[in-house]
Design a protein around this ligand. Structure first.
Ligand code: PSU
Ligand code: MN
Length: 300
C-alpha cells in the first residue's frame, strides 16, 4: 500500500482524512466528465475540513491518495478493472490495475487508518435477486469494516427495502443525516424509513466512536439530496425502468450490471442523472469532511 505524502502526513498527525472510491469515477461516471468530477469531489472534502484520499490499485500497488497523473489514468482508461474485495489479492499479486468499489475502498481505507469514507450510493440487493442472487459485496464488507460511510442511500436501481433488511441482518448501523426517511440516491426519499437519525457531523462522529468501542463494522450515514436538487420523479421512474429492461435484454450479468445501468441512465436522461449523481457525491464528500473533523476532535 502506498500513501500519498499529504495523506501520510495527515494520518501521522491525527488530522482528518476522508477516503474516496475510484469505481464511481471509472465505472459510474462517463469519460471525460469523470475527470472534473474527481477534482470537485476532492475539493468538497477539503471544504468540509479534511484531506481527500482517493483509492485505486495501479500496477499491483494500492494507492491511498492519487497524484493528478494517477487520477488521469483512473478516469481515462476504458479497460480499467472493477475491483471488489475478492479481486484485490489478484490485482496486488499479479501487478494489475483497477478501480476500487465501496467494499474494497472501505477495506483499504481502514487498513490505512482512515475512518471516514464518502461515496454516492451503496451497492445492495438487485431487484431480481431472488432469481439471480445478485447482492453487492458492499453489504458484507460493511459488516466487518470499521468506518463511517457517507452516502445518499443505495442506488435506486436496486431493491431498497431488501437492501435495508440485509443491512439489518448484517448489523450495519444506519442513521439518516437530519432525516428518518431513507434517501433514494437520485431522489431524496426512497420510500423506506429509518429508526435513527443524527442532527449533525458531531453526532455522526459520536455514533461511530461508540460503535468502534463495541464491535467491528460500519456506520452508514444516509445523506439525502435537498429536494430542490433531486431528479424529477417521473423521469427517474421512467429511465430506471428502461435501463433495467435494457440490461435484461442485453443479458448483462454480475459486476457489469451496475456500470451498464448507470451508463444507460446517463444517456436516456440526456445527462440529468449524471449531473444529479455528481451533485449528491459532492454533498456527501463535504459532510464526510466535517464528520472526519468532528471525529479527530474526539478523545481516542
Ligand atoms: N456510487 C455512485 N456510483 C457508482 C458506485 C457508487 O454514485 O458507480 C459504485 C460503487 O463502487 C459500488 C458499486 O461499490 O457501484 C456497486 O457495484 P455492484 O453493484 O457491482 O456491487
Ligand atoms: Mn452484483
Amino acid at each position: 500500500m502506498r500513501l500519498s505524502p499529504e495523506v501520510a502526513d495527515a494520518l501521522a498527525d491525527a488530522r482528518p482524512v476522508v477516503a474516496l472510491e475510484s469505481t464511481l469515477l471509472a465505472h459510474g461516471l462517463p469519460r471525460p466528465a469523470n475527470r472534473a468530477a474527481a477534482d470537485q469531489v476532492e475539493g468538497a472534502v477539503r471544504a468540509g475540513g479534511a484531506v481527500p484520499a482517493t483509492i485505486a490499485v495501479l500496477d499491483g500497488v494500492a494507492h491511498v491518495g492519487l497524484t493528478p497523473d494517477e487520477t488521469d489514468r483512473v478516469c481515462a482508461d476504458p479497460d480499467l478493472a472493477k475491483l471488489g474485495v475478492r479481486d484485490l489479492p489478484v490485482a496486488l499479486a499479479l501487478g494489475g490495475s483497477g478501480a476500487t468499489t465501496v467494499s474494497s475502498t472501505a477495506l483499504l481505507a481502514a487498513r490505512a487508518g482512515i475512518e471516514v469514507f464518502a461515496t454516492g450510493g451503496l451497492g445492495g440487493v438487485h431487484r431480481q435477486a431472488a432469481d439471480t442472487f445478485d447482492e453487492s459485496a458492499d453489504l458484507t464488507a460493511l459488516a466487518r469494516t470499521s468506518l463511517v460511510v457517507v452516502c445518499a442511500g443505495v442506488k435506486s436501481i436496486l431493491d431498497v427495502p431488501a437492501t435495508l433488511e440485509r443491512l439489518e441482518s448484517l448489523s450495519v448501523t444506519v442513521v439518516g443525516h437530519r432525516t428518518r426517511v431513507f434517501p433514494g440516491f437520485y431522489v431524496a426519499d426512497s420510500g423506506s424509513v429509518l429508526d435513527w437519525s443524527v442532527d449533525d457531523a458531531e453526532q455522526a462522529a459520536a455514533v461511530f466512536a461508540a460503535r468502534r468501542g463495541l464491535t467491528p463494522g460500519a456506520v452508514v450515514v444516509a445523506n439525502p439530496l435537498p429536494v430542490a436538487e433531486q431528479l424529477d420523479r417521473e423521469l427517474h421512474d421512467r429511465v430506471i425502468a428502461g435501463a433495467l429492461a435494457a440490461a435484461e435484454a442485453a443479458g448483462v450479468r454480475g459486476k457489469e450490471v451496475t456500470p451498464f445501468v448507470l451508463d444507460h441512465l446517463h444517456r436516456a436522461s440526456e445527462g440529468a442523472t449524471l449531473a444529479v449523481n455528481v451533485r449528491l457525491v459532492l454533498h456527501n464528500a463535504e459532510l464526510a469532511g466535517r464528520i472526519a473533523a468532528a471525529l479527530a476532535a474526539l478523545p481516542r
